[in-house]
Design a protein around this ligand. Structure first.
Ligand code: NAP
Length: 310
């Protein structure tokens, strides 16, 4: 085991993502000490029972004191309030990051409360499942997945060194790291994650509404496609409410384009344009192969769990 990258790490919010970080950091010795701050008493009891940290507290200010790295892993719309509670207690020179699924509004919320003498580097691991809470995490979650860092517009060497160190941290957890502009991140994730979830929520809602008409057959005979949608639509309601509120502009932009394409498909079906349908389905099949070739999905479920991107 090599020397820890950070003497003390504090994780604020220890659900699926926070507890996965705690597990792999401990397993690989990436931090000397792990402190966990979570407002949920029930979660704190589980975190203690699972022995995820060296110290567990419900007081965010106390929890971040003396930490060299602080990771906010709370729902997107809770980031600002959590940072406000931490702000007066942060160690000068500490690296402050987050794992929120939206970057523009989260960076603004963090920066609104951050003192000048810390290094704020927003981030997002593109790894997750539809489960939540401290029991749902697992140490292999980030293995081979991407973590996107969206540094602030700061030119100084000390900030660049902090970005390099945070990238090393994620690499030590098994992730690959990419640096990206915040607005670009939010647009890319709207396409690859947010709109697909919206479609899943919508189709499952539509099917549930049709249950009265189909007398239970939708659920009873649900084929593979619908079953996959129900898994995605089982994702945490708070997390996804926050994502759509926080990434409104990019989501609406992509949704406009999606709606146009859907209408084109509707037209092709109405006019019996079979070749058009076949061409699209051939193109999308090749895209699926590309995703597998890039190692972002395997034919077999990983570790018995789906690690879908969020
Ligand atoms: P989660 O399992 O629900 O965990 C969030 C934890 O934070 C819970 O223990 C929650 O307690 C606690 N919490 C909520 N507000 C808090 C606050 N103000 N201060 C301290 N603790 C607070 O959620 P998650 O799936 O790990 O997601 C956490 C973050 O990661 C979100 O920003 C999400 O966008 C991002 N993310 C999620 C995924 C994914 O697949 N799930 C993937 C990548 C990134 P309560 O339950 O009592 O509220």
């Amino acid at each position: 085991m090599t020397a820890p990258l950070f003497p003390r790490l504090t994780i604020v919010g220890c659900g699926l993502i926070g507890s996965s970080i705690a597990r792999v950091v401990r397993e690989k010795g990436v931090a000397g000490e792990i402190v966990i701050a979570d407002i949920s008493e029930a979660h704190r009891d589980r975190i203690t029972a699972l022995n995820l940290g060296d110290r567990v507290t419900g007081d965010i200010g106390e929890g971040v004191e003396g930490a060299d790295l602080v990771i906010f892993a709370v729902p997107v719309l809770a980031m600002g309030a959590a940072m406000a509670l931490a702000a007066g207690h942060l160690k000068p020179g500490a690296i402050i990051t987050d794992v929120g699924s939206v970057k523009g509004t989260v960076a603004d919320a963090l920066m609104a409360h951050a003192p000048d003498d810390v290094f704020v580097i927003p981030g997002h691991p593109i790894a997750g499942t539809e489960h939540s809470g401290p029991d749902a995490g697992f140490a292999e979650l980030f293995d081979g997945r991407w973590t996107i860092l969206t540094p602030l517009d700061r030119e100084d060497d000390a900030y660049a060194a902090a970005v390099t160190k945070l990238a090393e941290f994620w690499q030590a957890l098994g992730a690959q790291v990419e640096i990206m502009d915040r607005a670009h991140h939010d647009l890319v994730l709207a396409v690859t994650s947010h709109i697909p979830h919206l479609i899943a929520y919508n189709i499952v809602g539509t099917a549930a509404d049709l249950e009265g008409v189909t007398e239970g057959e939708v659920m009873k005979y649900s084929a593979g496609g619908f079953r996959d949608f129900t898994r995605i639509a089982a994702s945490d309601p708070t997390m996804w409410r926050d994502i759509f509120v926080a990434n409104k502009e990019a989501v609406l932009e992509v949704l406009g384009r999606f709606t146009e394409d859907l209408q084109a498909l509707q037209r092709a079906i109405r006019w019996g344009e079979a070749d058009k349908l076949h061409d699209l389905f051939t193109r999308t099949r090749a895209i699926r192969r590309g995703v597998i070739d890039l190692g972002q999905e395997s034919a077999e479920p990983n570790f018995g769990r789906d690690r879908g991107k969020h």
